[in-house]
Design a protein around this ligand. Structure first.
Ligand code: APR
Length: 309
């Protein structure tokens, strides 16, 4: 295949991302991890599934960052996952060091790539990735909004007993407990959910969405979610490869939109061949706007801890 996607990390999120990418069959995949043998073994195993599953994409496992050379897209999943009782911010310093070393290698070996970050705390790690690579801001983005909104879509489908794929949901803000689900912009086949679900149930669904990752951490006990995060990242890859101009929520760099600047945070974007091609500004209520700004304020404080002014 003439396109190449690099997945950094061959753990739960990385290997699942590689699997969904291979199944999508639009590029060869190289998966890099520091643990010897694991990326090679998982890569070979995934490639051997191809004849049965009907794909020709190969998955090369490696311990060398040099193998990402020439990648069109890099998906960053390396880093520690949460354990029960941990917030995403508890991962801050450890994952920041990992991001830095990987970002330097991406800059060296895949200088033209678009980078999608999944490592947590998401919005801060995406900011760090952009700063260290020095890539244009439209070519570095974070995967969170598609995940958060797919969780909300799932909960609405469970509530109404309707097809999940008929539901469109919009979630803004940080990927964490400060996220801002937007029921006003959430519909079932175009019908606003407030016409179908009572207000108290909508509130409960929005709240379950906001802590959706934590619900899974509690159940798994030894790590965090990986199927839906990986699926969300592959959806973003497809939008970039096919220049789809797809509208979806992602962590993007704001330059004054929503009254916020100089941070990465979840907003609706148009995703195409040039990465984040546009940021859409929705009209927010005062409460929604205040929550978004509160999310931004918290991130600015965390960025200071990371050494950014
Ligand atoms: N380069 C490459 N791989 C690395 C590096 C590095 N510098 N440092 C760590 N890794 C690898 C680990 O060896 C491990 O295989 O990253 C992988 C992480 O895998 P898991 O522990 O299974 O974690 P996972 O569930 O995949 O989550 C990864 O995604 O959703 C986020 O919060 C989550 O930050 C976490 C990340």
């Amino acid at each position: 295949m003439n396109k190449k996607i690099a997945v950094i990390g061959a753990g739960n999120v990385g290997a699942t991302t590689a699997m969904y990418l291979a199944e999508a069959n639009f590029a060869d995949v190289v998966m890099v991890d520091i643990i010897e043998g694991v990326p090679q073994g998982k890569g070979l195993d995934l490639t051997q599934a191809g004849p049965v599953r009907g794909y020709n994409a190969s998955v090369l496992g490696s311990n060398k960052m040099a193998d990402i050379k020439g990648a069109d897209i890099v998906i960053m999943t390396a880093g520690l996952p949460r354990k029960p009782g941990m917030s995403r911010e508890d991962l801050l310093n450890k994952n920041a060091d990992i991001i830095k070393s990987v970002a330097l290698a991406i800059k060296k070996y895949a200088p033209k790539s678009t980078v999608i970050v999944i490592s947590n705390p998401l919005d801060l790690m995406t900011f760090h990735m952009q700063k260290v690579t020095g890539f244009p801001k439209n070519r570095v983005l974070g995967q969170a909004g598609v995940l958060d909104s797919t969780r909300m879509r799932t909960f609405i489908s469970m509530e109404l007993g309707v097809a999940m794929t008929d539901i469109q949901a919009m979630v803004l803000g940080g990927h964490g407990d400060t996220m801002v689900p937007l029921p006003r912009y959430t519909t079932v086949a175009g019908i606003p959910i407030k016409e179908l679900i009572p207000a108290d149930r909508i509130k409960a669904i929005a709240q379950r969405t906001a802590v959706g990752g934590g619900e899974i951490v509690k159940l798994l006990k030894t790590g965090s979610a990986y199927y839906a995060p990986a699926a969300a990242a592959v959806d973003m890859c497809r939008a970039i490869f096919n220049d789809e101009k797809k509208v979806l929520p992602a962590s993007a760099y704001l330059t004054g939109q929503y009254g916020i600047k100089d941070i990465y945070i979840g907003v609706p974007v148009v995703l195409g061949a040039n990465g984040v091609e546009k940021i859409l500004e929705l009209k927010l209520t005062k409460g929604e706007s205040d929550s978004l700004k509160q999310s931004a304020k918290t991130y600015k404080e965390h960025l200071k801890i990371m050494g950014y002014k």
